[in-house]
Write a protein that binds this ligand. Structure first.
Ligand code: ATP
Ligand code: MG
Length: 418
C-alpha cells in the first residue's frame, strides 16, 4: 500500500471542523481590522525565496523543496507566504493608488525539516501583512490582533516575546559588538555558526544548538545599540502594548538575519506544545519591498502556525461537525424511491438530509440515525405510503408527529429550517 510522504499528513473529516472554526475566527478578525484575503501560488521561482528569506537561513540552506521543472526553470514550493505577497504587491503595482494595503492568506507551506510533533514538512500558516505604514502603532496593532485571536479561540498560556532589530543605520555597531564576542567563543560554535559568523553573525543568536546558545549567552543586546529613531519606534510599540493590557517580554535573542528585516520582531509562545513552543512569529521588513524591485515601502507581517494552533485547541476543546437535520428511514422500494426524491429536494433547499440506500430494517436504520446524530428521523414504509402519512421523530425529545405525505417537502423545510 502506498503511504503518504514522511512529514506530510492527511487532515481527516473528524478534524476539519476545528480547522474551519479557527479559519473562520481568524478570517473574521482580520477582516474587522481591514485585511483582505489574497491567494498567491504555492510555487515561485527559487530566487524569490533565496533573496527575501536570505541565503544564510535554515530555510534557504536546508529546508526548501526546490526542483528543476521540465522546462529547466528552478522552482520552489513556498516555505512561507511573505515573499510571494511582496512579489504580488510589486507586480500588480498595488502601491500605486495608495501604498497602504493589508492582506491575509491561509494555506500550506513546505519545509524539509525533521518531522516531529508540531513540525511537519507540509504545514499551514495564517499569514497577515501590512504595507505602507511606518507608524509603530501598526506593530502594536498586529500583536493586539494576535492576542485577541488567541483569546477568542480560548488559547491559554501565551506569551509575547519582542525585540527590535534596529535599521541599517544602527545595526552595524551592534554587529561589530557581536563579532567581538563571537571571536572569543569561536571554538564553541557549530560548523554552521562558524560560517554564519562570517556572512551573517546575527543568525548565530538564533541557532538552536545548545553549545551555540551557551556561547552567546553573554552576547550584547541589540536594543542597547538602537539609533534614536529606532529607540523611539520601539518605545512606542511597547508603550502601546502596555497601555492596551498586553504583557510582553523583551527577548534579545529574537533576530532575523537580513538587512531588510528591521525594527520590531516578535514571537508568540505557549507552554502547551512542548518543544515546538512558537505559535506565531512576525516583524517589520521595511527594506524588503525595495530590495525586490518595488518603491521604498515600510511593511510588517506575522505568520501563525495553524497546525500548532489546532494541536493546542484539540487538547482543550471538542468541535465536531453537525449531524444531519433529518435522516429518512425508508422501508421497501417504493418508500426508498419517495425518500430519494425528498432528500434531493431538501438537500437542494439547503437542509442536510441522510437516508439509507440499502434494504435495512427499521431498527438498523434508527441505529445509524443515532450514530450520525440526526436531529430528526422521518419513518416511511409501505403502510405509511398507503395511509398518505409519514412519522417524524424528534431525536432529542423522542416526540413523534404524523406528517401528510402530500406537501411533505415544504412541511419538513418549514419545521427543520436551521
Ligand atoms: P521554529 O522556530 O519553530 O522553527 P520558525 O521561526 O521557523 O519556527 P516562522 O518561519 O516564523 O517559524 O513561521 C511562523 C510559525 O509557523 C511558527 O511560529 C510555527 O508556529 C509555524 N511553523 C514553522 N515551521 C513549522 C513546521 N515545520 N511545522 C509546523 N509549523 C511550523
Ligand atoms: Mg524553523
Amino acid at each position: 500500500m502506498i503511504q503518504l510522504i514522511r512529514g506530510f499528513k492527511d487532515i481527516l473529516p473528524a478534524e476539519t471542523a476545528l480547522w474551519q472554526h479557527i479559519e473562520r475566527t481568524a478570517a473574521s478578525l482580520l477582516g474587522d481590522f481591514g485585511y483582505g484575503e489574497i491567494r498567491v501560488p504555492i510555487m515561485e521561482k527559487t530566487e524569490l525565496f533565496a533573496r527575501s528569506i536570505g541565503e544564510d537561513t535554515d530555510i534557504v540552506e536546508k529546508e526548501m523543496y526546490t526542483f528543476v521543472d521540465r522546462g529547466g526553470d528552478t522552482l520552489t514550493l513556498r516555505p512561507e507566504a511573505t515573499a510571494s505577497i511582496v512579489r504580488a504587491y510589486i507586480q500588480h503595482k498595488m502601491y500605486a493608488d495608495d501604498p497602504v494595503r493589508k492582506f491575509y492568506t491561509i494555506g500550506p507551506m513546505f519545509r524539509r525539516e525533521r518531522p516531529q510533533k508540531g513540525r511537519y514538512r507540509q504545514f499551514y500558516q495564517i499569514d497577515a501583512e501590512a504595507f505602507g505604514i511606518e507608524s509603530p502603532l501598526v506593530d502594536a496593532q498586529m500583536i493586539y490582533m494576535l492576542h485577541t485571536l488567541f483569546e477568542r479561540l480560548g488559547v491559554q498560556d501565551t506569551q509575547v516575546l519582542i525585540n527590535s532589530l534596529g535599521c541599517p543605520d544602527c545595526r552595524p555597531r551592534f554587529r561589530q559588538a557581536l563579532l567581538d564576542l563571537l571571536d572569543g567563543v569561536e571554538e564553541q560554535l557549530c560548523s554552521d555558526c562558524r560560517r554564519r559568523k562570517a556572512n551573517n553573525p546575527l543568525r548565530v543568536l538564533d541557532c538552536k544548538v545548545p553549545g551555540c546558545r551557551e556561547a552567546v549567552a553573554g552576547a550584547p543586546a541589540i536594543i542597547d545599540y538602537l539609533c534614536d529613531a529606532c529607540r523611539a519606534h520601539f518605545d512606542t510599540v511597547t508603550g502601546a502594548l502596555t497601555a492596551h493590557g498586553i504583557p510582553f517580554v523583551l527577548d534579545k535573542r529574537l533576530v532575523r538575519g537580513l538587512d531588510y528585516y528591521t525594527r520590531t520582531t516578535f514571537e508568540i509562545q505557549t507552554t502547551a506544545l512542548g518543544a515546538q513552543s512558537a505559535v506565531a512569529g512576525g516583524g517589520r521588513y521595511d527594506g524588503l519591498v525595495q530590495a525586490l524591485g518595488g518603491p521604498a515601502t515600510p511593511a510588517i507581517g506575522f505568520a501563525i502556525g495553524f497546525d500548532r494552533l489546532v494541536e493546542i485547541l484539540g487538547q482543550q476543546t471538542q468541535i465536531t461537525a453537525a449531524g444531519p437535520a433529518l435522516f429518512i428511514a425508508a422501508i421497501g422500494d417504493a418508500a426508498r424511491a419517495a425518500a430519494f426524491d425528498w432528500s434531493l429536494r431538501l438537500g437542494g433547499a439547503g437542509l442536510y438530509v441522510e437516508m439509507e440506500h440499502g434494504d435495512k430494517s427499521l431498527k438498523a436504520q434508527m441505529k445509524r440515525a443515532n450514530r450520525l446524530d440526526a436531529g430528526h428521523v422521518l419513518i416511511v414504509g409501505e403502510n405509511e405510503l398507503a395511509a398518505g402519512k409519514a412519522v417524524l421523530r424528534d431525536m432529542a425529545t423522542k416526540e413523534q408527529t404524523e406528517l401528510p405525505i402530500d406537501g411533505i417537502v415544504d412541511a419538513l423545510r418549514q419545521r427543520l429550517a436551521p
